[in-house]
Write a protein that binds this ligand. Structure first.
Ligand code: FAD
Length: 300
């Protein structure tokens, strides 16, 4: 494709974005989360999601954040929910509470093993034993939109990518309507994954999860634990910048821009951003993608 034909430069399609936040632990973190939401909200995301801490540790905080988003903003909130450390009745109560709070979208996950990543996952006796069962349970309880995870480089516990895609197919059969991927840095792995998913007959959107690299060391550690690979070229780009946060931020913006614009050139129109509750980098990337604050777009 010559550069004039690149959709990211010429006739860029309408891009849709969604943003993921984590529930704040302290009043200071709460303030910075809401500053982040205020900054990103005018970009009119399709939805915003709030994670659920490992082992259900943020149950209350996730609920409170999602309920506040539903009550005080025009955003469409989605609540992450896992099967970990809770009975079916307890999980069902959480789902019903979301329904009462006006939340219509749940991101349904199995969750990580309670003894830590790398240990064997053990379902809670009397709980939902898989993400597939949780999806079915949510659909039974109400008219919820249900998103699920997808792993372009396969889930670390999975025997093979094909096995993982079978699990995705089961989640779709149970009622999932969108998959959001684990983050990745090699676009080819995402594009090849989508081809395999389509060949398997799965036709729900497979929305790429994009993580802006705010802190390379942290991201690389997190990637190692989740099975996402960190290419050498990425490490090279951040090399020697440990004590230079200003340059690191510029590099992070350049890396993310390169990734998302290449995906646009490959026909991708939906993006899910892991914001880490920080707006600036995500806002800039969205600007590159053609998104403008609503009042500006309305005036245009
Ligand atoms: P699943 O799709 O359930 O797969 C997990 C493993 O179990 C795979 O090996 C799979 O092959 C196997 N498996 C699943 N279902 C079946 C079945 N029916 N039969 C046989 N094998 C099966 N974690 C949190 O704690 N809180 C969050 O808010 C959170 N949000 C996330 C958001 C996204 C977009 C992603 C990608 C991940 C998120 N996670 C979150 C992490 C997730 O909980 C972990 O990766 C967890 O280890 C797996 O849960 P899952 O639902 O992603 O995986």
């Amino acid at each position: 494709m010559n550069s004039a034909e690149r959709p990211s430069r010429n006739g860029q399609p309408r891009i849709r974005v969604s943003f993921e936040f984590f529930p704040p632990k302290t009043p200071e973190m709460e303030t910075s989360l809401w500053e982040c939401i205020d900054r990103l909200a005018p970009l009119s995301p399709s939805f915003v999601s709030v994670t659920y801490g490992a082992g259900g540790s943020t149950r209350e905080r996730t609920h409170n954040t999602v309920a506040r988003l539903a009550a005080e903003t025009l955003l469409k909130p989605a609540a992450h929910l896992t099967c970990v450390a809770a009975t079916r009745d307890e999980v069902d109560d959480v789902i019903r509470a979301y329904g009462r709070a006006g939340v219509r979208h749940i991101v349904a996950l199995r969750g990580d093993p309670q003894d830590g990543l790398g240990t064997a996952y053990r379902a809670h006796p009397g709980g939902y034993d898989t993400s597939t069962a949780l999806v079915a349970g949510i659909r039974k309880l109400g008219d919820f939109e249900v998103s699920v995870s997808a792993y372009p480089e396969k889930h670390p516990e999975s025997r093979s990518l094909d096995d993982d895609i079978d699990v995705l197919a089961a989640k779709v059969d149970a009622g999932a309507t969108r998959a959001i991927t684990q983050f990745f840095f090699e676009n080819d792995s995402y594009l090849r994954y989508v081809d395999r998913v389509r060949a398997r007959g799965i036709d729900i959107p497979i929305v790429p999860g994009i993580v802006p690299v705010q802190n390379f060391k942290q991201t690389a550690n997190f990637a190692r634990r989740t099975g996402a690979s960190v290419p050498q070229w990425l490490a090279d780009r951040f090399e020697g910048l440990e004590d230079d946060p200003a340059t690191r931020r510029l590099i992070a913006a350049a890396v993310a821009a390169e990734q998302v614009l290449d995906l646009v050139d490959h026909g991708v129109e939906d993006f899910h951003f892991y914001t880490m509750n920080r707006a600036d980098l995500v806002y800039a990337i969205c600007h590159l993608l053609g998104l403008r604050p609503r009042q500006h777009a309305d005036a245009a």
